[in-house]
Write a protein that binds this ligand. Structure first.
Ligand SMILES: Cc1cc2nc3c(=O)[nH]c(=O)nc-3n(C[C@H](O)[C@H](O)[C@H](O)COP(=O)(O)OP(=O)(O)OC[C@H]3O[C@@H](n4cnc5c(N)ncnc54)[C@H](O)[C@@H]3O)c2cc1C
Length: 548
């Protein structure tokens, strides 16, 4: 038998894996955005998190959790219903690590009040780094954190739940939540006939003593092994919000039956179920008929996390692309030294610089909103605009990052194919693109004064930068048009871009100027790299993006 020649076994000119790196130390735009938004003191805590999540073992857990997807065990071997979902051990490890870092609760005090600055910024920095390693498991993590905002309208329930939500333990046991070391919560709103239009929910809730019996279905209910769900159902007074645990108070399994798991494009490590309720036990959260007002408190926070995760995915794509380009040679020259590749990578780095500055600015608003009306207005008006822009830009960005790795980017062994498949979901769930634009319009029409109060500081924050004044004037005019709805994407995108310029100006004025020139003055082309940046600016952007 002929032995293969050693030439085919020797691997040349491939980039080493981008693992065992410090995700915080290698990300200067992140560190600067964190510091500019009040969390400079968390540097060491974030560096420790960055080293841990940048390790080869965490990357391997991400791979395993996505290759070994969750399985629904509807029945046991004797035909009894089980309604359990089995996950690979790697998924449980990711959950445990995120819980240990407080990603599910660190923005709350032990009794469920906002923890105060800079808790949001610190958690967001961790969430962003974790998202670049494995995003699917963050679904129950984000829903658990967000659920506290809705539970706050039901103080008796919040008081019982906080001691369990408030621990940093992850307890995957299928057991009643009050006896567990830690718990996770999900949410059920979307039904077959409507996801955006939750008013069309057909699931019914009938009073049963102090509790309710809930009958109906949900077409999407993610993370079905959560210990409880906040569910919308029609009660006598209208659509209402309910806390529906997996076990009834007497310890029996609640009447929650999973029909099947969705076969999804991405988000594979996370399970998303179709589910039916057969008189399931639930307790009301908030007043009857006020279900949307109650659950929107939770949704506002999940929208914030969609934006953070999208930027985390893009950052990871950029880091992998740049790292590869510094190791891979084509025509005797590293890709990272080829002028056209440098244009592509630096334009992508500029996009990420602006995006991270923007989401950290948003998190600062979340931190300060309880005590500062201007920050509360920023949070309300800009959360949908920022979710819209960051989430919508992620798939195109990740596609470009993938291409920087050539064929290796397209295969599943690398992380970029997974990131690419993952990225569209953040725009679709928790309010899809058009819905976010309509939300901005609604908020502006309801609070005309707040709108001015938002636009003025944004214009001030971006004052003197190219295109900022005309962008502010355009936005004001566009939103006051009687037919504003049809052009809302244009106006909301401009609003997000102006907010990004202002946020970046507080972190890195030179880069804010470049971003303004390319995005406000120039109409940024559909492709990254179709800009004309100066040689020095390109070098600085690439050095900051990955100081290796
Ligand atoms: C992986 C995954 C997991 C999910 N997990 C959950 C979960 O845990 N819990 C849960 O409740 N839901 C969940 N969802 C459902 C998700 O929130 C909905 O799919 C989403 O809200 C959109 O609802 P829909 O699918 O009914 O689409 P529709 O509401 O029919 O919307 C379709 C399109 O129309 C647009 N649109 C809607 N209204 C307007 C309008 N007035 N003008 C212009 N355009 C409009 C939307 O932007 C969207 O692009 C999940 C979805 C996915 C993909």
């Amino acid at each position: 038998m002929t032995q293969p020649s050693s030439a085919t076994r020797e691997v040349l000119n491939q980039s080493p894996p981008f693992v065992d790196v410090d995700l915080f130390a290698l990300d200067l735009p992140l560190a600067e955005a964190v510091a500019a938004n009040g969390a400079a003191a968390a540097r060491e805590e974030l560096a420790e998190f960055g080293r841990h999540w940048g390790s080869a073992s965490m990357a391997e857990r991400g791979r395993l959790a996505n290759e070994n997807t969750p399985k629904l065990r509807t029945f046991d071997s004797r035909g009894n219903r089980r309604d359990e979902v089995e996950f690979h051990p790697a998924y449980h490890e990711l959950m445990a690590r995120s819980a240990r870092a407080g990603l599910h609760n660190s923005t709350w005090t032990v009794d469920g009040h906002p923890a105060g600055a800079p808790a949001e910024v610190v958690r967001a920095a961790k969430f962003y780094m974790a998202a670049g390693v494995e995003t699917g498991h963050l679904c129950p993590i984000t829903m658990t954190r967000a659920s506290v905002a809705a539970l706050a309208v039901q103080p008796d329930l919040l008081a019982k739940a906080m001691p369990v939500i408030g621990t940093r333990a992850y307890d995957p046991a299928f057991a009643p939540w009050p006896a567990k070391r830690g718990m996770t919560l999900g949410m059920g709103m979307t039904e077959k006939q409507g996801g955006t239009d939750v008013r069309s929910n057909m699931t019914r809730a009938e009073r049963d003593g102090d509790a309710y019996r809930i009958t109906g279905h949900k077409w999407f209910m993610s993370a079905p092994m959560c210990d409880a769900f906040l569910v919308l159902a029609q009660a006598e007074q209208g659509l209402s919000c309910f806390f529906m645990p997996r076990f009834r108070p007497d310890g029996s399994v609640n009447a929650i039956e999973f029909q099947r798991l969705k076969d999804k494009l991405g988000n594979r490590s996370n399970a998303s179920s179709e589910v039916e309720f057969f008189g399931a036990y639930g307790v009301r959260v908030g007043e009857e008929g006020k279900g949307i007002r109650t659950i929107i408190q939770m949704v506002q926070l999940t929208r914030q996390d969609c934006a953070i995760a999208s930027v985390g995915l893009m950052r990871s794509g950029l880091a992998h692309a740049l790292y590869h380009a510094r190791h891979r040679s084509v025509f005797q020259r590293h890709l990272a030294d080829q002028p056209l590749m440098r244009s592509v990578l630096s334009d992508m780095a500029l996009h990420v610089e602006a995006s991270i500055a923007l989401v950290m600015r948003l998190c600062r608003a979340f931190d300060r909103a309880p005590a500062d009306p201007a920050e509360a207005a920023y949070m309300r008006m800009l959360t949908p605009a920022i979710k819209y822009w960051t989430c919508k830009s992620a798939p195109g960005f990740l596609y470009e990052a993938m291409e920087c790795l050539g064929g290796n980017g397209y295969v599943e062994e690398g992380i970029l194919a997974r990131h690419y498949r993952e990225s569209p979901v953040n725009a679709i769930w928790e309010g899809s693109g058009n819905v976010m634009c309509l939300d901005v319009l609604r908020a502006l029409s309801r609070e005309a004064e707040a709108a001015t109060a938002i636009l003025q500081p944004l214009a001030r924050g971006a004052a003197g930068l190219p295109g900022a004044a005309s962008a502010a004037a355009f936005i004001e005019k566009a939103f006051s048009r009687p037919d504003a709805e049809g052009a809302a994407r244009l106006a909301v995108e401009k609003l997000a871009l102006l907010a990004a310029v202002a946020a970046l100006n507080a972190v890195s004025p030179r880069h804010a100027e470049l971003f303004a020139i390319t995005r406000l003055v120039g109409n940024h082309g559909a492709m990254y790299g179709a800009v004309d940046l100066a040689h020095d600016d390109i070098g600085r952007l690439l050095d900051r993006a990955l100081p290796l």
